[in-house]
Ligand binder design. Structure first.
Ligand code: F6R
Length: 365
């Protein structure tokens, strides 16, 4: 059942190219995004009021990436709110607003309750769900399935990746109708989305080198992930993956916040995982690396091929991903972080597929 892999998590990490192909193949055709399963008319899309994304855990982290990307594509504000907070916040939503619920299982109680709260107030509900026919799917006005196949490991991997692919396609689809994206960006995005699976295959080929890095850092007891913009959104997921399966204390910080508190925690030997994939802010990522190193931090960096050499001049441990359209960097960047978390947990002898105290589907508050 594990298809020769030691754990479901590893199997599911390696299934990502196929899962993303499943999620995108029928929706990316002839250089365009086609969302046949979406019932919203162009007029309804043009009249959308507020856009609010609700989700929990890793699905919420997809929403964070989605906020950055949708705001860029649509040139309007997009909110992302934890479902458990949204439901009790007397939320300001009304008819015409669009609430996007993201859930692998489609059974997460807080997400379900938030959805009902939004629906009661007249919002339209579009859900991005993996499990076909699940509760959240049934109660939504529209469902875009992620078609990732069953996910067994408690720590999500392929569901996260396909949710992100679907949200990116939705953003492009809306942007095209709203006229907020230029032709060139649209075409490049569609082209590069189709390249994501093969680029992930390339990253997976280097899994053993990530295992080597994991052996070197697996004894750390505190880890700080830092990044800006999309790298910040990605750092949230990298940090959660690591802590939930390896039980290492890990936190994610927006790099700009370091000086507002966190840097006092950086002492000789503290492990900092610096995400510097996002090209426009690479120089800032690099200066944060230099800054934490000056306090004695041991740095592991993640960057793109373009910046690998420069990063390598400052940092002894560098993980590299292929270059791709900026908005798609987290699609690639998450894979080394998943592998890193997996191999660290493996080295520490953890129960990877069933971490303590966690359930695959959280149907209680
Ligand atoms: C982390 C993880 C959880 C889920 C969260 C939401 O690896 O799997 O944080 O993302 O419980 O679950 P769904 O997406 O089923 O609503």
């Amino acid at each position: 059942e594990k298809g020769g892999y030691a754990h479901f998590m590893l199997k599911e990490i390696f299934e990502q190219p196929r899962a993303i192909r499943e999620a995108t193949a029928a929706r990316l055709q002839g250089g365009r995004v086609i969302l046949q399963d979406l019932t919203m008319t162009e007029e309804e899309i043009r009249n959308i009021g507020r856009i609010i994304i609700i989700a929990c855990g890793s699905s919420y982290h997809v929403g964070m990436v989605g906020k950055y990307n949708l705001e860029r594509m649509l040139r309007r504000s997009v909110e992302v709110v934890l479902a458990s907070e949204f439901r009790y916040s007397d939320p300001i939503v009304k008819r015409g607003d669009l609430v996007i619920a993201i859930s692998q299982s489609g059974e997460t109680l807080d997400t379900m309750a938030a959805l009902r709260e939004a629906k009661k107030r007249g919002a339209r509900i579009l859900s991005i769900v993996n499990v076909v026919g699940s509760s959240i799917a049934r109660e939504s006005d529209d469902v875009l399935y992620t078609w990732a196949g069953p996910e067994i490991a408690v720590a999500t991997t392929k569901a996260y990746s396909t949710q992100m692919a679907v949200l990116n396609m939705l953003g492009l689809y809306f942007a095209d109708i709203l006229g907020t994206i230029d032709r060139q960006t649209y075409s490049e995005m569609v082209r590069d989305m189709q390249r994501v699976p093969e680029y992930i295959e390339k990253i997976l080929e280097s899994a053993e080198s990530i295992h080597d890095i994991a052996r070197e850092i697996c004894k750390s007891e505190d880890v700080f992930f830092i990044g800006r913009n999309l790298d910040y959104a990605l750092s949230l997921e990298g940090s959660l993956k690591l802590k939930e399966i390896s039980y290492i204390h890990s936190e994610a910080y927006a790099s700009g916040e370091l000086k507002h508190g966190t840097i006092s925690l950086i002492v000789d030997g503290t492990l900092v995982i610096a995400l510097g994939t996002y090209g426009p802010l690479f120089d800032k990522a690099l200066s944060n690396v230099v800054e934490v190193q000056a306090r004695g931090a041991k740095v592991l960096a993640l960057t793109t091929q373009t910046h690998a050499e420069e990063m390598g001049r400052h940092v002894p441990m560098v993980m590299t991903i292929p270059d791709i359209h900026e908005m798609l960097l987290p699609q690639l960047g998450v894979v080394p972080l998943q592998l890193l978390a997996y191999y660290i947990a493996l080295e520490r002898g953890c129960d990877i597929d069933k971490p303590r105290n966690l359930a695959k589907s959280v149907t209680v508050e």
